[in-house]
Design a protein around this ligand. Structure first.
Ligand code: ADP
Ligand code: MG
Length: 724
């Protein structure tokens, strides 16, 4: 074993858990929750009644923020932040790279008497002006118009980010260009939530319900991740540069025993989890569930759901926190969708529903026929939305990392179908077969609802093979990658649901235009129509099976396997017009997104290819040469002693090394090729560069299995996955 690896193992086996101070344990999590958040209750304590009311109204009903309010809020926020020992404030935003961006400013400005005073006005709270030129814009503006604005998102509370050397007040903001185009992921989420609200309210109104409060889309995202000891990571240039291994022979022991999932959580990992959860709770993020995942070294964290916009911000903060806290425990948190070949990758299950405190959860089947009917209408809207826009849903989860997962028998296939469960499917089947009772005897509606059994509250769906599943009182979109923001999936889900709700509301409104009596039959009619037109998207079977691939094709469901196949759906006429119609994205914004995601893909593959070449040439080839030398010297000595030496192993190594070199230079040649358009470059990366990289890997992994362990410097799968 190489010296570096020996040292690494020694450090890991000598690892001592960090001793927590008494302070860590002194407060129960209930007291810690939201400690670092400028929450509504904190505002209520600190703001004059009228101001608080005005702000609350903005948050709850979506009315425009009164600018006069901002100054007062800013003053209170500053006082609170200074009490929390913050010295700086930052507008936090989410550029299209998927990362989190912050621009920090000090609260303090020098005063004329040589002291420093803390300043923070309404305008500083509400608006910022970071230089936008370092963020991708997908052709939206020229560099001379590099100005971008951040603007406070009132619906996501400010919070304190702690650091050992000082605290920062963080203000969640949107990020737009000087000409008003969204340059970020948050703006479309907010726009799309507004539009769901408008059209969902129209439906509720038809059911005789009104409400001033916004209907929210709720979201709870389960996050999978790997934890790997830093001592290994530091010797793996591929993980450092790409977040995943580009080389590595299979470990003799993999996940075949399923012993990780059911095993107890290791002590070191558990300490890490406790710490992560406390940090999240302080930020008002309701972390709830934790467990081991299927792959060795893989874990999961799930929060309690929140309003989609807040959940999106919190999800982003969760990813940052996981990485940050892991470092404290000498580990690296890998969020890549496929850090290790041949081992399950990581995803993000995006659970969502629609509702608010007045109406409850609209995707919760009710106890009575009336509620059930309303529930079925919302369900039907989603069935129709997914069927009509499956390419768009696929496009929005397309990334270089996620391509390794989707369809790889560990994650849902690239075919977008809906799992309804047998009971709900039966209900829809019945309705579409005209199972309508006599409409004179009904109390309210008669979509054969009397015969609908109290719908399964928790159908306990354990069919993990569906990308889009009804799970009792919500839908779960499971094709999202572990490293992706939930902003884009939420935006698309909201947009396509809006379109369906609009369609249904318009249909019903027209039917009941002058006669409310038509309502029941109109509801029956639309449920039946939607189910018959869109039932092809419903599939309750095994999504991993080959039969499904065939059947899906017969049903005409798209099966877009890679990012270059999937991304163009973002700029199809259909997508552009639906985004535009509901004011989610202008055509210019849609195009810019496609361009940025394309560019991101190309750059990711480029970095991977460069890293692969570099490792092959400077790590793997030298190891291989050293081993050849060892074998050759041995052969000489043995033969000098008059004995025979079997050189077949040496020949194999020489052969593999030649192949390694050939495939590396082939990869280099391909990397020099420039295609005309971004789309063709992306296709080239996918269809030529990746296979060429895999070819280099093939020889490297074979060499790893033959070369003396002393000479192989890269930490192996069997070490990285199992030792922590
Ligand atoms: P499972 O592993 O069975 O899917 P988990 O408990 O790990 O279940 O995760 C379920 C996720 O779904 C949680 O994040 C939870 O908050 C979220 N969730 C539950 N109800 C809703 C809802 N109405 N809207 C959005 N998310 C929800
Ligand atoms: Mg789940």
């Amino acid at each position: 074993m190489s010296i570096a690896r020996k040292e690494a193992l020694k450090t890991i086996f000598n690892y001592k858990p960090i001793k927590k101070t008494k302070k860590f344990f002194e407060k129960p999590s209930g007291e810690i929750f939201g400690k670092n958040v400028f929450s509504l209750s904190e505002m209520k304590k600190r703001l004059p009644g009228a101001i608080f009311k005005s702000l609350k109204k903005t948050i709850e009903t979506g009315s425009t923020l009164d600018v006069k309010v901002a100054d007062v809020v800013a003053a209170a926020m500053k006082d609170w932040a200074l009490e929390k020992k913050a010295t700086h404030f930052a507008h936090v935003f989410y550029p299209l790279t998927g990362l989190t961006a912050e621009k920090h400013d000090s609260f303090y400005t020098p005063s004329s008497d040589g002291h420093a005073i803390a300043e923070f006005s309404g305008i500083l709270l509400v608006q910022g002006e970071p230089d936008a030129s370092s963020f991708p814009n997908g052709g939206i503006r020229q560099t001379f118009e590099a100005r971008g604005y951040t603007a406070w998102d009132v619906t996501s509370p400010a919070y304190i980010m702690e650091n050992a050397n000082g605290n920062t007040l963080c203000i969640p903001t949107i990020f737009i260009s000087w000409s008003g185009e969204a340059l970020d992921k948050k703006t479309p989420v907010l726009r799309s939530m507004q539009s769901v609200n408008i059209h969902a309210q129209r439906i509720l109104k038809l059911f005789g319900k009104t409400d001033d409060n916004l209907l929210n889309v709720t979201c709870g995202a389960e996050q999978e991740y790997f934890l790997i000891d830093n001592n290994f990571i530091s010797s793996r240039p591929d993980i450092l540069a790409c977040g995943r291994t580009l080389f590595g022979a299979e470990s003799p022991k993999g996940q075949q025993f399923d012993d990780h999932y059911f095993g107890a959580i290791q002590d070191r990992v558990l300490s890490f989890m406790f710490d992560v959860e406390r940090e999240l709770l302080k930020l008002g993020i309701p972390a709830k569930t934790r467990h081991n995942e299927v792959a060795p070294g893989q874990f999961e964290l799930a929060p309690i759901y929140e309003s989609a916009n807040l959940a999106t911000d919190h999800q982003q903060l969760t990813m940052v926190t996981l990485k940050k806290v892991a470092k404290k425990y000498g580990m690296t948190c890998l969020l890549h969708e496929k850090p290790f070949a041949g081992v399950n990758g990581s995803g993000k299950h995006v659970n969502f529903s629609i509702g608010n405190s007045t109406h409850g959860n609209l995707l919760d089947p009710g106890d009575n026929p009336h509620d059930n009917t309303q529930f079925l209408i919302f369900c039907a809207a989603i069935i129709r939305a997914v069927h009509k826009n499956s390419e768009l849903l696929r496009a929005v989860v397309a990334s270089a990392g996620n391509d390794h997962r989707l369809g790889a028998n560990e994650a849902p296939p690239a075919i977008l179908s809906i799992f309804l469960g047998s009971e709900l499917t039966n209900v829809f089947e019945k309705i579409s077969n005209g199972g309508v009772a006599d409409s004179s005897e009904h109390e309210f509606l008669n979509v054969d609802v009397d015969t609908i059994p109290p719908l399964p509250k928790d159908s306990g769906d354990r069919n993990r093979t569906s990308p889009f599943a009804f799970t009792g009182n919500r839908f779960e979109f499971r094709a999202v990658g572990s490293d992706q923001s939930v902003a884009d999936p939420m935006t698309v889900i909201n947009t396509i649901i809006t379109e369906s709700l609009d369609y249904i509301a318009s249909f019903l409104e027209e039917k009941v235009n002058d006669n409310q009596e038509n309502f029941d039959s109109a509801v029956q009619e639309i449920l039946k129509k939607i189910y018959l037109e869109h039932k092809d998207v419903v599939f309750n079977g095994d999504g991993y099976s080959d039969e499904w691939q065939k059947e899906a094709e017969e049903r005409g469901l798209p099966n877009l396997k890679t990012t270059p196949e999937a991304l163009p759906a973002l700029i199809s006429d259909k997508a552009i017009s639906i985004f535009d119609k509901y004011n989610i994205l202008t055509p210019v914004e849609s195009h810019s997104r496609y361009e940025i995601f394309t560019e991101q893909y190309i750059m990711k593959i480029e970095v991977e290819a460069k890293t692969a070449v570099n490792m092959a040439e400077t790590i793997i080839y030298p190891s291989s040469l050293s081993y050849q030398e060892e074998l050759a010297n041995c052969a000489l000595k043995v033969r000098e002693a008059g004995l025979s030496f079997d050189t077949s192993r040496l020949a194999i190594i020489i052969n593999l090394t030649d192949s390694l070199n050939e495939s590396t230079s082939n990869l280099k040649d391909l990397m020099a090729i420039q295609k005309e358009t971004m789309q063709s470059q992306m296709e080239f990366s996918c269809n030529e560069i990746i296979p060429a990289m895999n070819e280099v890997r093939k020889y490297a992994d074979q060499l790893e299995e033959l070369i003396s362990d002393d000479l192989w410097t890269l930490p192996s799968y069997k070490e990285m996955l199992f030792i922590r």
